[in-house]
Design a protein. Sequence first.
Length: 66
Amino acid sequence: MGGGCQVETMVKYWNCRGKDCGVWLLPPGGTLIYENTKSIERQRYKRKLAEFEESLRPPCVLAPEY
């Protein structure tokens, strides 16, 4: 960066804890907006990923030994 703009300053001093903490946006009007909503596509992706990871787990029932 290095331009000294508002977004750079905000990102430089903003300390976010956790991976789902949202994103700061600066629209052309110059008003700083905090966006913390997840898109529908992102929600679908996370749900499908969780289903896929669940399908990779071994079954809960032990195999019979003969």
